[in-house]
Design a protein around this ligand. Structure first.
Ligand code: PEP
Ligand code: MN
Length: 338
């Protein structure tokens, strides 16, 4: 159950509410976010919610029986829209493409990628400066210095930055140089990191775990929301299966289901989703037709020389073609009124 509180609810009104909920054996959690104040009530007993809805200091009350509450579609009339400023919005009708290398490698690479994005009217650049790698001997990113260099060029060109944060201690130093914090698949259930990102005034893109269920993804998002940050995007990036013909199994089913279960924008990552360059375009277009609010994809001037994930990375020509196709695909979906 979600109870939306009036911002000026008095202590007395609040304790009357707590008493009422205790009388029906409901456990409560208070949540204060950048947007509002809520009480999350968890209990089994059936009772007439109007007896709470009509109390003073209460804005609204909704029954949400799912394990995840605040990220549920059940209580929010509109889909969430993430506003990054400068007319860059994601969700609730706004579509974006985020493109860039798997890893930030050099100043020349940053400049060249930004030029590619500008040429194709893409406003958000992806890239890792802290890279989760299966082997400790692989390239692990340029770190904070790489991020600062990237920021300098991105800001000068009106490009927004999305990059992965791997641990709590990185958040603060990264804060001023990031527009969206990405939580990678391997950290999807790092609850300390999720708690900490809940206290941050920046949007978060939360990837699905390597073998995470949709419910686990939504409950991970609930950690962020319930700690105060409502600006979350859910990302389908493929899950591990028995199939060996590709890197991951991109779960197209996840897109309409996440959109039905949650008010949060859904982003698709076809690069990691299939992991094979030649098929990235098909998966990306399928994701858009299925209802994705954004596509995040890996692009490199010379994928063969990329420090990481070259096998699934598009070159600029392939990327330009796909960007165009994605916009057409999105327009097609809109023209169908779905
Ligand atoms: C990435 O975006 O480069 C990445 C490491 O993604 P994931 O966490 O989905 O594997
Ligand atoms: Mn990658």
């Amino acid at each position: 159950m979600i109870i939306q509180l009036e911002s000026d609810i008095s202590e007395e009104q609040l304790s009357r509410l707590e008493e009422k909920l205790a009388s029906v054996q409901y456990k409560t959690n208070q949540v204060t976010t950048q947007n509002g104040r809520y009480i999350i009530g968890v209990g089994k007993q059936e009772f007439d919610i109007r007896s709470i809805g009509t109390m003073s200091g209460i804005r609204d009350i909704h029954r949400v029986s799912d394990a995840f509450k605040l990220v549920s579609r059940k209580w929010k009339v509109h889909e969430t829209q993430i506003d990054l400023g400068d007319d860059v919005c994601i969700g609730n009708g706004a579509f974006q493409i985020m493109a860039g290398p798997c890893s930030i490698e050099s100043e020349a690479q940053i400049e060249s990628t930004i030029q590619h994005l500008l040429d194709n009217n893409v406003r958000i650049m992806r890239g890792g400066v802290y890279k989760p790698r299966s082997s400790p001997y692989s390239f692990r990113g340029l770190g904070q210095e790489g991020l600062k260099l990237w920021y300098k060029h991105a800001r000068a060109n009106g490009i927004k930055i999305i990059t992965e944060v791997m641990m709590v201690d990185q958040i603060e130093p990264m804060m001023d140089y990031v527009d969206i914090f990405q939580v990678g698949a391997r950290n999807s259930q790092n609850f300390n990191l999720l708690d900490a990102l809940g206290e941050v005034d920046k949007p978060v893109l939360l990837k699905r775990g390597i073998s995470g269920t949709l419910d686990e993804l939504l409950q991970a998002a609930e950690y962020i929301f319930s700690n105060g940050n409502e600006r979350i995007m859910l990302c389908e990036r493929g899950i591990r299966s028995y199939e060996k013909a590709y890197r991951n199994t991109f779960d197209i089913n996840a897109i309409p289901i996440l959109k039905a279960k949650s008010h949060l924008p859904v982003v698709v990552d076809p690069s990691h989703g299939i992991g094979v360059r030649r098929y990235v375009d098909a998966v990306a277009m399928a994701g858009v037709i299925a209802g994705a609010d954004a596509v995040i994809m890996e692009v490199h001037q010379c994928p063969e020389k990329a420090f990481s994930d070259g096998q699934q990375t598009l070159n600029y020509q392939e990327s330009a073609t796909l960007i165009d196709r994605l916009r057409q695909t999105r327009a097609l979906r809109e023209s169908m009124g779905v």
